[in-house]
Design a protein around this ligand. Sequence first.
Ligand code: ADP
Length: 270
Amino acid sequence: GATQYVSARVAPLGSQLVLVLVEDRTRERRLDAIRRDFTVNVSHELKTPVGALILLADAVSEASDDPEAVQRFSDRMRIEASRLSRLVKEIIELSRLQGDDPLEHPHSVDINAVIEAAVDRCRVDAEDRDIKIVVKTEPELEVMGSEDQLSIAIGNLVENAVNYSPDGTRVAVAAHPIGDLVEVTVSDQGVGIPTSDLERIFERFYRVDRARSRETGGTGLGLSIVKHIASIHGGDVRVWSVEGQGSTFTVRLPLRLESAPGQTGSPSQE
Ligand code: ADP
C-alpha cells in the first residue's frame, strides 16, 4: 500500500518528509478519481444532445412530405446542435483552465472593460425579456490577468442572473475596491437557490433544476468555470441567495499592485 511504499523509500530522511509523500499520493489518487468522474459525466452529458439529434434527423426524413413538420424538427435540431457546440466549447475551456499554464501572459486588465464586455453579451436576451441590467462601477480598478477569462467569468454570472430571473426584473452589476481587492457583485431578483444546493452549485455539471437549466441552454459548467478563473487570478467567488427572492454572486480579485498612487496603466510599474 501507500504507507509501505513511502516508508521504504523515505523513512530514513525523517518523519516530516514521510508525511508529505503520503499526502501527495492521496492527492494524486483523488485527482485520478476526479478525472475519471469527469470523463464519465462528459460522456453522459454529450449523449443527450447527440441522441436528440439522431432522433430528429430520423424524424426529418420521415416527415419529408410535411414541410411544417420538417421546419419544426430542423428548428429543434438547430437548438440541440448549438447546445452541443456550447458544451464542447465549455469542456475545452474548463480543461484549459485546469492545465499547467492557464494564465499565459498576464497583463493589466481594466475591470470596467471586463464588465462592459460581460454585460454586452447578455444585453439582447435581457432586453427581449424586459430585464434591466444596471451597472455601477468606479474608475481605475485594475487587476493582473486575462481580460478574456475575466469577461467570461463575469459574463457567466450576468447570463445566469438573466436566465434565472422572471421577465421585467432587475440585474445589478457593481464593482468597488475593498482594501487591496476589487469586489465585483452580480445580483438578481430571480428564483434564488435553495440553501441545501448552495455549496454544490460550483461543481461541474451540478444544476438545481435540470429542466430549467436545459430550457435556457445551460450546461452546468458555467459556475465551475467562474470558480476556476477567480482562483487562477488569486481570488474567489461566493454566493448568497434566498429562494424565491434572488441571488448575489461576488467575485473578489487582488487589485494590481502599484508602487505609487496615480501611476495606473504604466507598464514599468508592474
Ligand atoms: P447552468 O449552465 O445550468 O446555468 P451553472 O454552472 O452556471 O450552470 O449554474 C449551476 C446551477 O446553479 C444552475 O443550473 C442553477 O440551478 C443555479 N444558478 C446559477 N446561477 C443562478 C442564479 N443567478 N439564480 C438562480 N439559480 C442559479
